[in-house]
Design a protein around this ligand. Sequence first.
Ligand SMILES: *Cc1c(COP(=O)(O)O)cnc(C)c1O
Length: 404
Amino acid sequence: MTTSAELIEVSERRSAHNYHPLPVVIHEAHGAWVTDIEGKRYLDCLSGYSSLNFGHGHPKIIEAAQEQLKNLTLTSRAFYHDQFAQFCTGLGDLTGKDMILPMNTGAEAVETAVKVARKWGYQVKGVEPDQANIIVMEDNFHGRTTTIISFSTDPDARDDFGPYTPGFRIVRYGSADAIRQAIDANTVAVLVEPIQGEAGVLVPPDGYLSEVRALCSAEGILMIADEIQSGLGRTGQTFACDFEGVVPDIYVLGKALGGGVVPVSAIAANRDVLGVIQPGQHGSTFGGNPLACAVGNAVIEILNTGEFQARAAKLGEVLHTRLRELIGQGVLEVRGRGLWAGVDIDPSIATGREVSKALMKRGVLAKDTHGSTIRLAPPIVVSEEDLLWAISQLADALYELKTS
Ligand SMILES: *Cc1c(COP(=O)(O)O)cnc(C)c1O
């Protein structure tokens, strides 16, 4: 039998080192639990960066995928297929928008939003040719394409990948004033994560999103909300923008939209915005394919019940209450909403990676970000008992690291 150590050694030798995985080789997963090739079980507290909000192997999603696999998997957008209309209608209704443009990965959806905002700027707002700018935030994460990393402030994400795409202005996250000062006649949009996930689950000050919304409306520019990680139930609402009753001009969605099965992303906007795109101007061979739409339709049906949003809100209270009790016990700060927490570890005790490794030994899979932050985002199907157990493992791991 092949061992984990052997598979890890080959993986490291034969793949680019663009990730630094924890040393676990997963073989199968159901609900909130995964099993490695040696049969050890772990509670998944990462959920594929919130791609698995509804759990591993959700029966409705798997059934939809299996049914679709039997019938039709790909047509390209050269033809219509029988899952497409429902997908666009369902996602349009979920977001309250007229139109959908489907893609595959999150980065592609962000690129789509950038292109649509620019075209809208030239054709509707009347911005001078090639002069459009988009305001983005410090510490953003929107994906890995050359244009997107052009406006990253993370040296790892950006350095040595130039020349960079121009047309972006970076301002401080959480300050509507900073946005106001950066706006000029050529500004077409503000691109913002309602909660900055990769930055460490940073929740902006109360009122920020409403201020951004009001500012964009007053200035006649588009508010683009990247809800790829914050959306689709994770925070206890369908969208993190819902906490402030804010409706952006463009929703950018991905991750959980694919139910943890296939990459499915999309932007949603009204006709006055998305109507600027005409045949041949944007596309993707796999975007909106039948399998993706069938899975997306199952995800949308699940979200329409509101069950997962309510569950994330309820379990989120448990999560945050218990995590806050660890402040002073190796934890400096806890942030987040719903079943999503960024936990800053006291760096004098351990790095985030050391805590992740200690948790892994104890049967909890979590991942560090930015040195000393641990992100906790279990699938929303997690039981309250398992959630409490995972937090007690964190408490014990911190105690052990502190006293060793
Ligand atoms: C993950 C993520 C992306 C990129 O999605 P990919 O599918 O990895 O390309 C973009 N924006 C946010 C907020 C994300 O969390």
